[in-house]
Write a protein that binds this ligand. Sequence first.
Ligand code: PEP
Ligand code: MG
Length: 605
Amino acid sequence: METEAGRTRILLRGLPVSAGYAIGKVRFVHRKPQSDVVQTIPEERVPYEISLFEKAHARSLREVELLRSQMSETISAQDASIFRTHIQILQDPKIAEDVPKLILEEHLTAASAVYKVTHELSLFFEKIASGDKARDIDDIADRLMGNLSEETQALNAPVLDEECVIVAHNVTPSLLAGADTSKILALATDTGGATSHVAILARSLRIPAVVGLNRVSLVARDGDTIVLDGVEGDVVVNPTEDEVELYRQRRRRWIERQSDIVARSKTSRPETLDGKYVPMLANVELPEETANALELGAEGVGLLRSEFLFFRGAIPSEEEQFQAYRLALESAYPNPVTIRTVDTGGDKLVKGLSLSDEPNPVMGWRSIRVCLDEPAMFRTQLRALLRASVYGRLKVMFPMICGYDELTRAKAMLEEVRAELERERIPVAESVEVGMMVEVPSAVMQIKSLVGEVDFLSIGTNDLIQFTLAVDRSNEKVKDLYRAHHPGVLRLVNMVCDAAHDEGITVSVCGEMASDMLSMVLLVGLGVDELSLIPARIAGNKAFLRSLTYSEMRECALECLKMKTADEIDALLLSRYAERAAEFGAPAAPRKAPAAGADGAKRER
Ligand code: PEP
Ligand code: MG
């Protein structure tokens, strides 16, 4: 169907991960490098694509050099010669010069030019020599393609001079962190899951988002009009005028409804009808968000994802980190701020720190593992944290702890840094609570030996679900298997609560489950003491909590603990609570993936 302006109308359906509505112009930031589709570009984009190639080329050379020096100690000189060959191929004018030439002369994207050159070379060597050389070329082509995609994301956060809807194959948190987010009306991507970090970031920035659209990056063009429905997951490229008007109305009603909920419950206490107080704190990515989170009713920050400071460019210095942590602590005072030490890896790559070619990054060199292996970087962060501790109520939290050894090593480093600061006569707060995230099943299995080492626990359900069910949280192909209410997950939460309470310490949940109303019934019922939520969800969840009794939540959670499937548990929760939750802004329809945390509204159509 064609619109009034003669453009083809295309309706796509994806996974709504951040609620709200948007109508705007497409701003295209990243297309999947399609190896076998030759894509052309307008002339003005030629310099950009050439610089993209140059950066990816330089990065590939650096990586192969690094591999060669690392491997030379462990493999024979003959085997290490493969890396010399790769370096030679990369430096060969056929690649280093012909690719930019093709971009310039034929107006190809960098990815298409790389494909064309390497494909021809590989065919040539296939014919005249052994397959080895052709395979080397293919290897180099893959590396260049991968780095092209990295460069597009990490090094080229788009400069946005007007409001737009970002359309991309995939968006990384670093891209969002580097862009002027006030100009982003919405996000639409081909890939992504409900608890991928970009979905979390979109929710916390209150940017409507739909992911898993499969081909939006291929069908939408820069400047197309697009409407996005972050409640239902519909996206229309080149909508009709009637559709634009319809979505305008929905957007207006949505905004009115949201401000109404915030105004009504902002100052009220998060307490059940029978008097159970469940503090609600905020998850923030950047210290600057703290003040706004308190405005929305948060009683402090339950999770500051400090790695987002590392996405702004180079690894931040001690002074830069100190200023950032101080800002968060002062903005929240007298409320506490839990700052999680840097948690990189998976979909959170930090330039100069993360490896870009791990076969399985989510289970690779990430999080606390990186910190323990890079003591200089970690100590800088710990120094900045302890120096900032005198400006508020700091709680330090270590992520992705898999066992006792990692926890005690991280704690020992914190103590060493404290002693060092004391020697330098730099003031440090006397009591800084130290806690750990529970997000790996092995930590739950030995939770009894961990609780004695910490002042508090915070369950990271996003990762705990991912690792327990072996379901990648960012992969839309398996999104239906990512079940927050899986009986196995609930049992783990229950075990953590029991062990913490036996030791007399509190348990918080800072994963997306805390922001989902139906999940909240289970968490509080299982004994979770405190919740850390997306700021935009605090008002709605608080209002919902105030309509419940703790005794009914407990009873419901215990009933669910006896069930055998996530479907049964969902059915029970939906039958008892869906209607009431919808009154406070939760999605009304049954969902397969209740951890989505998409702060959907009651359907108002
Ligand atoms: C979690 O895993 O639940 C969590 C809060 O950490 P992140 O989402 O940053 O991995
Ligand atoms: Mg996590």
